[in-house]
Design a protein around this ligand. Structure first.
Ligand code: HEC
Ligand code: HEC
Length: 400
């Protein structure tokens, strides 16, 4: 997946002036909100990052609210967009999300790797570090090199993908369809010739929501375009939010978290985790180097992938990743960009070592995990597969 979308590389570099930067965990805890997109306007040194030093603060449960300025609760869905998020558009996006005909061999949909049900929480199988894509006549299942992150709450990220090479979910959605190891369609025109006859009416019905490109006459504009496939899927993803007890707590309900969970929250903050994993998605809004505090300790296996350097070609971005969201983290293992870390305990322990330079006791790891489970949210209602749209060229049935 990482080498396909060179157009996103261009886009990402162009977006650099508005990047958020993580200046180190301890600093960020006291004042560097990664929600502030104007923190740094350095345009020529790649994705700036710095070492995360350990936080020296100690927590008490009573003062904890005063330390949560960098966190915000989920908004009501759908997440705002520049397009009109009509019901027609969202329903169309849902239809597309579940449609295997968007893949070359009619066997993979977005939902194959980002299953929306209670058992998967927007990721694939827990025993799959990397997902399998569309399977050709030779029976070979292609695999990428990265673990599938959850689509839940992804619309709130400032960056998509482990390397942040797309920003809006609308742009992200166009990647996997053409990715040879995912849905494998050869190009945008092939997608439109394949699904156009099936979807033309639904796109016409949602026409009011699609932005009309400059110079196009609205009266004759045909909305059945590849860009609009992304617009529709993105609109659906904007509804995929999972409010959790954490949100109740942030919204002022002191009883939403137990005292054990608040102790875990304190340890999460004391250990600098909140300096990187913060904001509305508890991550997803800035970049950091894997091994920020202790690069020498990072397992060599985790250094096979150049991370964001593969997008920007900037040596400063070597092993830099988007800081992942920790919402629903209990449910979305295995962990890290390559899915090599099996348990949440291990992920927390390695994070402390790599990013903060600390060795946490088993009790502290367990306490942080207790807090992290409060980020597990309730799934929305609109997540079941709709009846596939009939294919006019195949009146006998569909490909499901
Ligand atoms: C074959 C499996 C597969 C399919 C099919 C697939 N994805 Fe993904 N998805 C992945 C993997 C793996 C990544 C991470 C890739 C990377 O970061 O380079 C990803 C990343 C994402 C992200 C970014 C999330 C984040 O936290 O950065 C979103 C959103 C997403 N996919 C949505 C979709 C949508 C929408 C579709 C259908 C159009 C889709 N995916 C199809 C495997 C898949
Ligand atoms: C300097 C920034 C930084 C700090 C501090 C930090 N993290 Fe991370 N975290 C990251 C990055 C970047 C990744 C992605 C690493 C990768 O996959 O290679 C990550 C990944 C994770 C993951 C795995 C997410 C997934 O979806 O696989 C967990 C869990 C996690 N961090 C928890 C923590 C905890 C707990 C702490 C505090 C002990 C912490 N992090 C401190 C930046 C940070």
């Amino acid at each position: 997946m990482m080498h396909l979308n060179r157009q996103f590389a261009q886009f990402a570099r162009f977006a650099l002036p508005t990047l958020s930067f993580v200046l180190g965990a301890s600093l960020a805890v006291v004042g560097c909100s990664s929600d502030d997109s104007s923190t740094n306007t350095n345009t020529n040194s790649g994705t700036d990052t710095a070492d995360a030093g350990p936080d020296t603060g100690t927590s008490t449960v009573t003062d904890i609210r005063s330390r949560l300025a960098n966190f915000t609760p989920l908004p009501a869905p759908p997440v705002e967009s520049t397009t009109l998020l009509s019901d027609d558009l969202i329903n169309l996006g849902r239809q597309l999300y579940f449609d295997q005909r968007l893949s070359l061999y009619n066997d993979v949909s977005c939902n194959s790797c980002h299953m929306l049900d209670e058992a998967h929480y927007g990721v694939d199988f827990p025993d799959e570090p990397v997902s399998g894509g569309t399977v050709g006549p030779d029976g070979v299942v292609p695999h990428g090199t990265r673990n599938a992150p959850t689509v839940y709450n992804a619309a709130l990220h400032l960056y998509q993908f482990w390397d942040g090479r797309a920003q809006a979910v609308e742009d992200q959605a166009l990647g996997p369809i053409l990715n040879p190891v995912e849905m494998g369609m050869p190009d945008a025109n092939a997608v439109i010739s394949k699904i156009g006859p099936i979807y033309q009416q639904a796109f016409n019905d949602a026409k009011a929501a699609f932005p009309i490109p400059d110079g196009q006459d609205p009266a004759t504009y045909d909305p059945m375009t590849y860009t609009n496939v992304g617009v529709a899927i993105g609109a659906y993803e904007r509804t995929l939010l999972t409010p959790a007890r954490w949100d109740d707590y942030l919204n002022g309900n002191d009883n939403a978290l137990t005292s054990d969970e608040l102790v875990g929250l304190g340890k999460f903050l004391d250990n600098g985790c909140g300096g990187c994993h913060n904001g509305v998605a508890v991550g997803g809004r800035a970049f950091a180097k894997l091994g920020a505090a202790s690069s020498a300790s990072v397992s060599p296996d985790l250094l096979m992938d150049p991370g964001r350097e593969g997008v920007t070609n900037d040596p400063f971005d070597m092993y830099v990743y988007k800081i992942p969201s920790l919402r629903n983290i209990e449910k979305t293992g295995p962990y890290f960009h390559d899915g090599s870390v099996g348990t949440l305990e291990e992920a927390v322990s390695l994070m402390a070592q790599y990013q903060v330079g600390k060795t946490l006791s088993d009790a502290d790891v367990a306490s942080i995990v207790t807090f992290l489970k409060t980020l597990t949210g309730t799934l929305p209602a609109n997540i079941t597969a709709p009846e596939p749209l009939p294919d006019p060229s195949d009146p006998g049935g569909n490909t499901e």
